[in-house]
Design a protein. Sequence first.
Length: 637
Amino acid sequence: MAQPPDQQPQPGGAGAPQEQPPTGGAFGPPQPTPQPTPQPAPQGAPPPPQGLPQTPPPPQAAPPQPGYGYPQQPGPQQPGPYGAQPGPYGQPGQPYGAAQPGPYGAQPGPYAQPQPGHPQQPGPYGVPQQPGPYGVPPQPGYGYPQQPGHPGAPGTPPPGGRGPFKGRTAVIIGAAVAALLVVGGTVFALQGNGDDGKKTAQTGDDGKRSASASDSPVDPGDGSGDGGADPENLNEGRKSGEAKVLWYKSAPDAPGSGADAPGMWITGKTAVKAAYKQVFGYKVATGDPAWDPITLPQKICSVTPDASADGKVVVAYESGTSDRAKCNQLQQIDLDTGKKGWTAEVADGGLFDSAISVELSVSGKTLMVGRSQSGVAYDIGTGKKLYDKKKYGDACFPTAFAGGARLIQVASCDASGANEHDEIQQLDPATGKVQWTQKVKKGWQVSRTYSVDPLVVYLTNEDKNAWNISTFTSKGAFRSEVVVDEDFAPECGFAILERNLQGCQGVAADADTLYLPTKATSGANEIVALSLANGKEKWRVKSPADESMLPLKVEGGKLIAYVEPSYDAGGQVVSVPTTGSSHTTTKLLQNPSGTAEIESGFYSRDVDWADGRLYISTTRLTGNDDTKEKLMLAFGK
């Protein structure tokens, strides 16, 4: 996709400006592109955490990192990411259509040859290839800095005040700009039809709805309200066919500098949200408090992205209020009961291995806590320490973990030596035993995991200003790399102090397909279905509105996607068949136009679809007492 040199790419954008189609094979060298000019942060955005600039400093005389497309530059064509140059995982590629050894074949790729003691696998992880870690030059994608030199670092705030669906609490640049009254912990339920004697909304012959008492927020139901209605009726003017706001929460008080609100977990009974120093639980059907809010001694700094199978999560909070405070205090919580379980303090791992910031992930019954250069595992049910993951081999330090159906570890090896490289390992969650290892070619960094099952990783090359998306089999063998010339744009959080492998939203995968949204330069975008077998496009579908559409999940053989709101229409939830010959969108939910401003006002947010309800929450509080800020909303029919 073409993009003017002076247009700042979105931080979540996976693509770089492109003016020519790529040439060459699947392992060509990245090509430089014009450096975009950073845009200012959205008006009204809260200040970033202390010590961080509002926006990353502009690059100094360096070309921008390409995004999810293949780096292109005006002028004579150059061998593209799929050209004849060595990639992170293999040898020099050849033009499309020509047979060539894969990124993991007999060419120098980002995934050098397997190390002794690990299963031998061909490919980018076993043979030198081209400039891409897996054969294709990686380009900065969702959450990857659009400025050279800092893969995985924070990018500039996205236009329009929109940010990542989920932002880890490591360090988030910017914050939420919302539009509702700040009332600490208050719940406003929007009642539907019932036998409580209240009038219900009526639909006239013209198909338009008239507002009524049933659509108006009433007593919070937590013992703190007086039965009075909220002055703002979010369902007022709701049209026929539009869903309603089932309930909403106002944001709790936060410091004037803002505060993180990471994590949103939905169970069959409870919607749970963390914000600043508290964790709130609400009944999914009514929004009534499911349990008393949990208040922690200090601000929350990290959370597990997902819950364990039995509904347990862990949040980390800071050890104090000084500049030397560490994110090392753990608290386990049961989502359905709100019961506080075990607690623990994460010790530093050693010299230069600090717990000042930690990354939490859950795999099976194991909680993995990632420090800057190591990890420590706990039983999430009991808090018992299980094992440590420390330095190994060629000065390899575990620097990031991703959980879920698998436990993935990424290590940085020989960081200051001639053999500097990354390694990917799959661990047995219960014991920490290494199940397989893949060595990444020098110059390539594993920045994100788009999926852990199947394993799909996003890599960047700072020197080449390139990106690569590669997939692997369950045994760690290289499977494919994306070979589509496209400017992809999933949404990822901003990580400064460490990698955030699980910080991306707006991307989904099933056993055979990866679903990525394209960047919308004007009008609607598309979602592209990419084959995990060969990295090629299977099909694509255009957003049904003039706003971007982002994948949420795959369920029941259908891709579920969220369509952004416009200035006069609320967001949508749509489904797309993943198989068959027809791939068109079917609308599942149309949010009311009256909440469009609130939906688009979140600077960063979390979105989930569960049991026919859409949940949207902010991941950053502004701390501005003069604004009306929402914490969370639930939409349904």
